[in-house]
Design a protein around this ligand. Structure first.
Ligand code: SF4
Length: 344
């Protein structure tokens, strides 16, 4: 869950990696997004279901807290957040966070947001419940992702003192060295940030030579950075466009109308007019697979269309080694496999 603290738990990762981002982002208005609104609704539904299932109110042991405000200001000045669900039982503190997003797969391991929630809970409850173990779980249903980590309590507290607190102090003071990385994605300063621009323009040192002139190492280096470059370029374009719409003049640029296509004003009136003219306005088209399955129901769809639906192999995509999908055979490996078969 997000909160509106300057140093919120959800921005902990960015703040640790780039402490000045907290103050830089303050200058920009929070424009929200449809994804955030969708996430808020999904959280409200979860909260309702969980509380209803627990028959909330009386639940002495285990302790279950839903949408609980946690305060970790012992390490992060004015730091607080809202943990989706906290369970304390048998010496174990379990912090659960619900992620509704589809875009980024979120892991619980070394996740600063979860660690902040765990720290806030420890700070409030350790004295009362004698917590020995800390378990952090992220549930991201739309990515089939259930990720759990169990950081030793002593290590968590050490991290809080040695990493979280120093970074938070710098962030609060608006100091520290800006550092660019995947955490820039949700930083409000991301479009006009100089550090991000410099990091991305670094790629220009390859002088845009074509691959045959680059070494394998240089191509690997570019591959690792190119997604960040693409998103930076599109952030800059969007930022400049929004400013121009708002009245800013960029030297050498002007706003023009983009290309647009003709469209019907009223579909029914068009169909009626074409029928009147003696023509058939509609074409017959097969329903798409999703719509067809919805109409027939899964069982009847499977039975009636057995052997008539296939799933072609997906287009090869080059992704970092850390991607969860299994590696596919390349052309060379396929060739070697076939060679082997001939010799058997
Ligand atoms: S865009 Fe990235 S580098 Fe710049 S302030 Fe934000 S997090 Fe730091």
């Amino acid at each position: 869950m997000s909160s509106h603290a300057l140093l919120s738990a959800s921005s902990a990762s960015r703040r640790i990696n780039c402490p000045p981002s907290a103050r830089l982002a303050e200058k920009y208005e929070d424009r929200g997004s449809s994804y955030a609104a969708e996430g808020t609704d999904a959280h409200a539904l979860c909260e309702y279901k969980l509380k209803a299932a627990l028959g909330m109110e009386a639940c002495p042991d285990p302790v279950v807290l839903v949408e609980q405000r946690v305060d970790f200001s012992r390490w992060v000045r004015e730091g607080f957040g809202t943990a989706d669900c906290i369970v304390i039982a048998d010496g174990t503190l379990q912090v659960i966070d619900f992620k509704y997003g589809l875009g980024v797969l979120v892991a619980a391991e070394a996740n600063p947001q979860m660690m902040c929630y765990a720290l806030g809970t420890l700070d409030a409850f350790d004295g009362i419940y004698d917590i020995e173990r800390v378990r952090m779980t992220i549930y991201q249903p739309r990515r089939d992702n259930l990720s759990t980590a169990e950081p030793p309590k002593a290590e968590l507290l050490k991290w809080a003192d040695e990493v979280l607190k120093p970074a938070a102090d710098l962030a609060y003071a608006g100091e520290g060295k800006p550092a660019c990385g995947e955490w820039c994605a949700f930083c409000k300063a991301k479009s006009a940030c100089r550090a991000r621009a410099e990091a991305n323009l670094e790629l220009a040192r390859h002088e845009f030579r074509l691959p045959p002139l680059l070494t394998d190492e240089e191509v690997e280096d570019i591959l690792a950075k190119v997604d960040g470059l693409v998103s930076w370029v599109s952030d800059i374009k969007e930022y400049a466009l929004q400013q121009a719409i708002g009245g800013k003049q960029w030297h050498g640029f002007k706003l023009v109308e983009g290309r647009s296509n003709r469209r019907y004003v009223n579909d029914e009136a068009v169909a009626e007019a074409v029928l009147q003219a003696g023509f058939e306005p509609y074409e017959r088209r097969l329903l798409g697979i999703t719509a067809m399955q919805k109409m027939l129901g899964k069982a009847r769809f499977d039975e009636a269309l057995a052997g008539l639906v296939e799933k072609p192999q997906g287009k090869p995509t080059l992704v970092p080694e850390s991607d969860k999908r299994p590696a596919m055979n390349n052309a060379k490996e396929d060739f070697n496999d076939n060679e082997g078969e001939h010799h058997v």
